[in-house]
Write a protein that binds this ligand. Sequence first.
Ligand code: PMP
Length: 426
Amino acid sequence: MSSNHDLFEHAQKHIPGGVNSPVRAFRSVGGDPVFVKRAQGAYFWDENDQRYIDYVGSWGPMILGHAHPEVIEAVRSAALNGLSYGAPTVAETHMADLICAMVPSMEMVRLTSSGTEATMSAIRLARGYTGRDRIVKFEGNYHGHSDSLLVKAGSGALTLGMPSSPGVPKALAELTITLPYNDIEQVRATFAEVGQEIAAIIVEPVAGNMNCIPPVPGFLEGLRAVCDEYGAVLIIDEVMTGFRVAMGGAQALYGITPDLTTLGKIIGGGMPVGAFGGKREIMAHISPLGPVYQAGTLSGNPVAMAAGLATLRLLQAPGFYETLTERTTRLCTGLNQAAQAAGVPLITQQVGGMFGIFFTEQSAVTSYEAATQCDTQAFNRFFHGMLAAGVYLAPSAYEAGFVSMAHQDADIDETIAQAERVLRAL
Ligand code: PMP
């Protein structure tokens, strides 16, 4: 058996940084990433059969826990009929019907293979629909790695200290206006100046790529009002929050109706999927109905549809979100108490099944600036203490954590007990 260190060394020979997505490389927390062999329920095991309680859940999709028997069975039976056809299937229609029923602001929906494709396409559609080029996004929000959206982004771009990426043409980056999250006054001021040139606002309704930062009251409502006033498209990026913070996503939780919504993660149940959709009037501009081009060889892939449909069916069980939220609250409350007992300044923030841990004296963290002022060194020590104790947290202080329905009270209590021990030793 090889250690994670040896596996990582080998991986780096032919894979840049040894990973296929940057945050996996443990750059900000240091050390060697865990190479996963298999997963079941709330746990995964590494190549040395060490077990971890997993609070990343593939960065959100695994809301039912890993390898849920009904999801695996759906995937198995779909795979037996072939992996991809490049022609329509009834499963895609079922998925579209289900998404539109569960997220009422979505009257039409187009499926993609990733969240990046979904947001990139939604931006193109908003530009094509309005005939305007500029867009507004928020500091520390991450919407995937397309050129227009990789400007002052969160997630790995923030973790690795790259607020914008080389390779994004300046001419394109200039069309992206980045404003502070949760600051509606700056949005109003910007629109007062150049509102007629702005095609869209895109926003994470709960920011999950700079730790976990809920919207302050009035922020999302204010975005809706500004878009209405200036004829801009409001895009709520629910790739992370969709079916995570509530059945109908953050828009259901906060009562905001966007023009377009982007989805991913949970709707694929762990398979590669994304989606964008919204008002029929806007979606009618997408090819082949309209002139705005968008496509994908594997879009609406039958195996992905099977995994997603099975997942969406299961999360409609009565009390699903109440239970998920209770378990997440149990974790957050326990972590707060453990920190207090250990005398470590720490707060948690939670919306539904997603949460954030902040090493800070602040009573709440509501902005990118405040998030970056937290003690990342303390987080890194905490992360490694927990990892050694068999608890896998997101390997960065700037990522949200996720609880699944497979996390039982006993798993959460074990996590809290380990946290108390690790925090005392910090
Ligand atoms: N939008 C949000 C809010 C996300 O959190 C992410 C990924 N974490 C994306 C878009 C991009 O999705 P993907 O990684 O599937 O391309």
